[in-house]
Design a binder for this molecule. Structure first.
Ligand SMILES: [Zn+2]
Length: 463
C-alpha cells in the first residue's frame, strides 16, 4: 500500500530540523518514499491513497523509552508513596499474583493507550516471571496492535531483606537462560519487535546478574535496560555494598556500554554523568514518574550539555498513571525550568527531540526511525490541532509540547501500516481491550490484596 499524507504542517526532525507548511509525505510499503508538494507526489505516485492532512500536523511517531506495561492494571493504587514503600506494599505483591493473561490484557491496553498518544516505539521492562509465558504475553500485544519496540526480559535476583517478595526473586542463570531463549525465538534481523534484557536495579540484582547480562547482550547484540540512581535509596545501598555509586560500580564491572539504556539517573552526580558519556550509555528520562514518586529532579540539562543521549519515557502506569508522552513532554520542560529557575534551560524544541530522534538514538534505531526522511521506516502520527486547547496556534512544536492534551492524535502509522485511523484503533477492538483490562485489574487487585488501596479515606494534607 502507498499513502500520501497531504498538505500537513510537517515537523520532519531531520538533520536541519525543518518544519514545513503545506507539505506532503509519501509512504510506500514500510518506508518514507518522498517529501514534497501534494501535486508533485500525486504525479509521481498516482496510485497512492491520499490522506488529507490540511489543518493537521504530521510528525514522527514518538519513542517511549521506558515502561512496565503490566502496571497498566495498577493505575492509582500507589498514589502518594515513595518508591520503596510503593514497591514493597503495592507493586511487588501485585507482581506476585500477576498471570500471563493479566499481563496480556495490560499490555494490550498499554499499547492502545500509547498509540492514542502518538507513540510508535515502546520499550517494555518486564520483570515479573512467576509464570512462564510473560514475555510472549507482551510480544503478542505488540503484534496485535502493530506496535514497534523492545520487550525486555527483566529480573530480580535479591532484595528479600528490603521487602522484595520471595516469589519475584530468580537465580540470574535461570533468568538469563530464559532471556536467551526468548531472543533466539524473536530476534530475527529487522524484526519490528525485539527482546532485550533488563536487570532491575542495584538493590535487587547481584553482581553475577549484571555480569551475565553483559555476556548475553554481547553474544546476542541485544538491548540492555536497567534502573540507575532512581532514588537516594539506590545510592545508599550501592554505597553500603560496594562503597561507590551504582553508575561507578556498573562501569567498573564492565556492564555499561552503548547498548545500555539507563532509566532515571535522577541522582547521578557530575562524575557519574562523565561515566555515562564515556560508555555512550543512554538515559531514559521519566519526568512524571520522578515527580510522582518524589524521587527528585534528574540532572537532564547537565547530561545534555555533556553530550549524553537522553530519550523520553512515561514509566509504568503504577508511577505515572498513564502512557502519555504528551504529559511527559510538558513535565520534562517545566520541571527543569522551575527547578533551575531558568526558563531557557529546556526548550519545547529540545523536548521534541527527546521524544523522537533522541529516543530513537537511545534504543539504537536512529537510522530507521525518529524523523520523517526519505528511506526511513514509515512511523508517523497525525495531530488535529483544530480544538480549543491547541488554537489559536502560532508554532506547532510549542502547541504540541505546551498546549495539547494528548488526545489530538487522529491517525498513527507504524512500519507503513495504519494502526489508528481517524481516532479508531485498527488492530484490536479498543472497547473490548479496555473492558478486559478493567476485569483483570479488579481481579488482580483482589488477589493481591491491593484492593484495600481502592477504598482509601479522603486524604488531604499530612497523610
Ligand atoms: Zn521502571
Amino acid at each position: 500500500m502507498s499513502f500520501i499524507f497531504a498538505d500537513a504542517w510537517l515537523i520532519t526532525m531531520n538533520e536541519s530540523r525543518e518544519v514545513l507548511e503545506s507539505a506532503s509525505v509519501c509512504v510506500e510499503k514500510d518506508r518514507i518514499a518522498a517529501v514534497g508538494t501534494r501535486k508533485d507526489l500525486q504525479r509521481r505516485f498516482p496510485t497512492a491513497e491520499v490522506v488529507d492532512c490540511a489543518g493537521r500536523i504530521v510528525m514522527p511517531g514518538m519513542v517511549n523509552t521506558h515502561t512496565h506495561l503490566f502496571q497498566t492494571l495498577l493505575k492509582g493504587l500507589g498514589d502518594d508513596m515513595v518508591l520503596k514503600k510503593w514497591f514493597t506494599c503495592m507493586t511487588g505483591p501485585s507482581g506476585v499474583h500477576l498471570r500471563p493473561d493479566d499481563a496480556h490484557a495490560a499490555a494490550l491496553h498499554g499499547c492502545v493507550e500509547s498509540i492514542r498518544s502518538g507513540v510508535t516505539t515502546l520499550v517494555d521492562f518486564m520483570y515479573i516471571h512467576t509464570h512462564p509465558g510473560m514475555i510472549k504475553s507482551v510480544v503478542d500485544a505488540y503484534e496485535r496492535t502493530g506496535m514497534r519496540g523492545f520487550v525486555c526480559r527483566g529480573f530480580i535476583s535479591l532484595g528479600e531483606e528490603y521487602g522484595v517478595p520471595r516469589e519475584l526473586i530468580e537465580e540470574p542463570e535461570h533468568a538469563i537462560g530464559d532471556a536467551r531463549e526468548q531472543m533466539l525465538r524473536y530476534n530475527k534481523p529487522g524484526a519490528r519487535v525485539q527482546v532485550g534484557v533488563a536487570p532491575n536495579m542495584i538493590w535487587a540484582v547481584d553482581e553475577k546478574g549484571y555480569r551475565l547480562t553483559r555476556k548475553l547482550a554481547d553474544e546476542q547484540h541485544a538491548l540492555i535496560t536497567t534502573h540507575v540512581a532512581e532514588t537516594t535509596f539506590e545510592l545508599q545501598t550501592a554505597a553500603t555494598r560496594y562503597g561507590q555509586t551504582d553508575t561507578e560500580f556498573l562501569s567498573e564491572i564492565g556492564f555499561l556500554g552503548p547498548d545500555v539504556l539507563a532509566a532515571h539517573c535522577v541522582h547521578c552526580k557530575p562524575h557519574d554523568i562523565r561515566i555515562l558519556l564515556h560508555h555512550n550509555t543512554k538515559v531514559a528520562h521519566n519526568p512524571c514518574s520522578n515527580m510522582y514518586l518524589a524521587s527528585g529532579c534528574p540532572p537532564i540539562p547537565e547530561m545534555l550539555m555533556a553530550g549524553v543521549t537522553v530519550g523520553l519515557a512515561s514509566d509504568g502506569p503504577a508511577s505515572s498513571n498513564n502512557h502519555s508522552l504528551f504529559q511527559a513532554m510538558k513535565f520534562a520542560a517545566l520541571i527543569q525550568k522551575g527547578f533551575h529557575q531558568d526558563a531557557t534551560i529546556m526548550t519545547a524544541e529540545k523536548v521534541m527531540e527527546l521524544a523522537t530522534i533522541d529516543g530513537a538514538r537511545a534504543v539504537g534505531l536512529e537510522k530507521e526511525i525518529g524523523s520523517i526522511e526519505v528511506g526511513k521506516k514509515a512511523d508517523l502520527i497525525v495531530i488535529d490541532f483544530n480544538n480549543a486547547f491547541m488554537t489559536p496556534i502560532h508554532h506547532p512544536v510549542s502547541a504540541i509540547v505546551y498546549s495539547a492534551l494528548g488526545n489530538e492524535v487522529t491517525t498513527v502509522m507504524i512500519d507503513g501500516k495504519i494502526v489508528m485511523r481517524d481516532g479508531v484503533v485498527t488492530g484490536v477492538n479498543e472497547t473490548e481491550v479496555r473492558r478486559q483490562a478493567q476485569i483483570h485489574a479488579d481481579d488482580l487487585a483482589k488477589r493481591a490484596g491491593s484492593d484495600r488501596f481502592k477504598k482509601r479515606p479522603w486524604r488531604s494534607m499530612g497523610i
